[in-house]
Design a protein. Structure first.
Length: 137
C-alpha cells in the first residue's frame, strides 16, 4: 500500500511531453539555422559594400587633391598613389589593386576599379566589389 502512494507522489515528465518539446525545438532549429546562415552572408556583403564606399571616398579625395594642386595633365586613376589599405581584416594590410581578391570571414571578396571619364576630369574612378557565394579554400 505504501509503494502505491510513493509512485503517485513522484513528479516527472511523461514520454509524450518530452517528445513534444523535442519536436518544437526541432521546428525552431529548422527555421533559425537558415536565417543565421543568411545573416552571415548579408553581413559579409555589407562589410564589402562599406569597404567599397571607403575606396570610392578615397578616389574622390584624390581627385579633389589633384584639382587643388594645379591639376596639371590628365587626371588618371587606377589606384596609383592612392592609399588602398583597408585594415587588418582585409588582405592583411596589403594594398588592394583592381581585380584583387581578399578573404573576409572565410568568403572571397573581389575588388575591381573602373576608370572615370578622363576627358572631363570630373569623374573619379569607381570601385566595385563582389562576394563569393561559397567559402574560400
Amino acid at each position: 500500500m505504501k509503494t502505491k502512494k510513493l509512485m503517485r507522489s513522484q513528479k516527472g515528465f511523461t514520454l509524450i511531453e518530452i517528445i513534444a518539446v523535442l519536436v518544437i525545438l526541432g521546428i525552431l532549429a529548422a527555421v533559425a539555422i537558415p536565417k543565421y546562415i543568411d545573416m552571415r552572408t548579408d553581413a559579409i556583403k555589407k562589410a564589402a559594400a562599406g569597404a567599397t564606399s571607403e575606396l570610392n571616398a578615397r578616389e574622390r579625395l584624390a581627385l579633389a587633391k589633384w584639382k587643388l594642386s594645379d591639376g596639371v595633365g590628365v587626371y588618371t586613376v587606377t589606384g596609383a598613389g592612392l592609399d588602398t589599405k583597408l585594415g587588418p581584416d582585409w588582405c592583411k594590410d596589403v594594398a588592394i589593386i583592381s581585380g584583387s581578391t581578399c578573404s573576409f570571414n572565410g568568403r572571397c571578396v573581389t575588388f575591381t576599379i573602373e576608370a572615370g571619364n578622363e576627358a572631363t576630369e570630373n569623374t573619379p574612378a569607381t570601385w566595385t566589389s563582389s562576394v563569393a557565394e561559397t567559402d574560400c579554400t
